[in-house]
Design a protein. Structure first.
Length: 423
């Protein structure tokens, strides 16, 4: 609509059609009138080239920022434009149409070019309507004078002017509304694109933060505990060596070697994240290996009850239970000073699971704030699995940790099943 080249084509073809009609089917024998009509077309083309064409594409048809649009008030310019161009183009067009229609009635056809250009060159609805009224008045005047300036010519000119004015205003307002809708749609699309980009950036940031938290939790639950276990075993081996117990020290060193191999496997699994998770028998065996590893500490007696495992457990639930058991036993060894730990794992035929770890250690006050990833990490894992997590404890009264998982757990996250290290 605001392309100069397109309007050049429209104006050129329209002028050629009008001249062809003037010279052929609507030709008049009056040479003077013919010359005036041709001059009117030439005048219109000059006005378009000098005043109209430079304004096309440099003014906005809608003032969306002010909300006024063509409804009165000034439009918002897309680029700088001289204020004289519209009134000059309107005056030249009105003269060309009026004089042309007065010379040859067929020249009223020139209004078909004048009306749309008035709306395009004008920058407000007010100018479009006002300019259309001026063109309609010139059509009436030219037709009235061209038909002899009598009542019949006045009626003919008035009818022509009124109908053309109503049609021009209706079409102009319709086109303006389309342009306004297009501008609004473009603005909303730009806002939507910006909002989508912002949401995408926030999602990336949130995803990165969640991934960092997950990695921190995984490292704490696996490598950190395994390395802490290595420190404990190394200290034990050193103490046994200093006390002259070479056989015991050798046994402890063998345990250190095994734990180190497990740590290597955990590191590889943490990086690859592709290790397959076995079904139920391997899960029960993984629990037994994990408990046996903590038994090797020799600090507390650990009784395992896995007779309640009768159903199948999906991969994510297995990972959650193993990590919670690992963290619970690690906390017992580091903080509880317990003499006995009872571990119970049960899986129903429907796939729901329960884990309980109870010790007779020194206990703690759950209401007091704690530091580290231990309990909070377990709570997060269980929450992600839509399960229940509970800790009951009191000073000098031991601690009991309970985890319950429903039959359907999260399936959109995967983790290799590797029993964690010790701490």
């Amino acid at each position: 609509m605001l392309s100069r080249r397109r309007w050049d084509t429209v104006v050129a073809l329209g002028s050629l059609v009008i001249l062809a009609g003037l010279l052929l089917p609507f030709r008049t024998d009056d040479a003077v009138r013919m010359m005036v009509a041709v001059a009117a077309v030439a005048l219109f083309l000059v006005g378009y080239a000098v005043a109209g064409r430079p304004a096309i594409g440099r003014v906005a048809l809608v003032d969306l920022a002010a909300g006024s649009g063509f409804g009165g008030g000034d439009g918002v310019g897309i680029g700088p434009i001289a204020a004289w161009r519209f009134p000059v183009f309107l005056a030249v067009s009105a003269v060309a149409v009026g004089v042309g229609a007065a010379a040859v009635p067929f020249m009223a056809m020139l209004q078909t070019l004048a009306y749309p250009l008035v709306w395009v060159v004008g920058d407000t609805r007010r100018r479009g309507i006002g300019g259309s009224a001026v063109i309609a008045a010139s059509v009436f005047t030219g037709t009235w004078l061209g038909h002899g300036a009598n009542a019949d010519s006045a009626l003919a000119g008035g009818a022509t002017g009124v109908f053309s004015l109503v049609f021009a205003i209706a079409i102009g307002l319709w086109i303006a509304s389309i342009a306004e809708w297009g501008e609004e749609r473009e603005r909303l699309l730009a806002e939507l694109t910006a909002a989508q980009n912002q949401v995408e950036a926030l999602s990336r940031e949130r995803g990165a933060a969640a991934e960092r938290e997950r990695l921190a939790r995984d490292i704490h639950d696996t490598l950190a505990q395994t390395l802490a276990g290595l420190v404990i075993f190394a200290e034990r081996a050193g103490r046994q060596s200093r006390e002259g117990q070479p056989d015991a020290a050798a046994t402890t060193i063998a345990t250190v070697e095994q734990v180190a191999r497990d740590a290597l496997a955990e590191a590889r699994a943490l990086v690859a994240r592709t290790a397959s998770v076995p079904r139920e028998p391997a899960f029960e065996a993984a629990i037994e290996r994990l408990v046996e590893r903590f038994r090797a500490h020799g600090a507390a007696r650990i009784d395992l009850d896995a007779a309640g495992i009768v159903g199948d457990l999906d991969r994510e639930a297995q990972v959650v239970l193993l990590r919670c058991l690992q963290e619970a036993l690690s906390n017992v060894m580091k903080h509880a000073a317990a003499g006995r730990v009872d571990v119970r794992v049960a899986v129903s035929a429907e796939g729901s699971a329960e884990l309980s770890v109870a010790d007779d250690g020194r206990g703690f006050d759950p209401a007091q704030p704690n530091r580290g990833f231990g309990l909070e990490g377990m709570r997060e894992r269980v929450t992600l699995a839509r399960g229940e997590f509970a800790v009951s404890s009191a000073p000098e009264a031991g601690t009991k940790l309970e985890v319950r998982l429903p039959a359907a757990t999260i399936t959109d996250r995967a983790e290799p099943l590797t029993p964690g290290g010790t701490a």
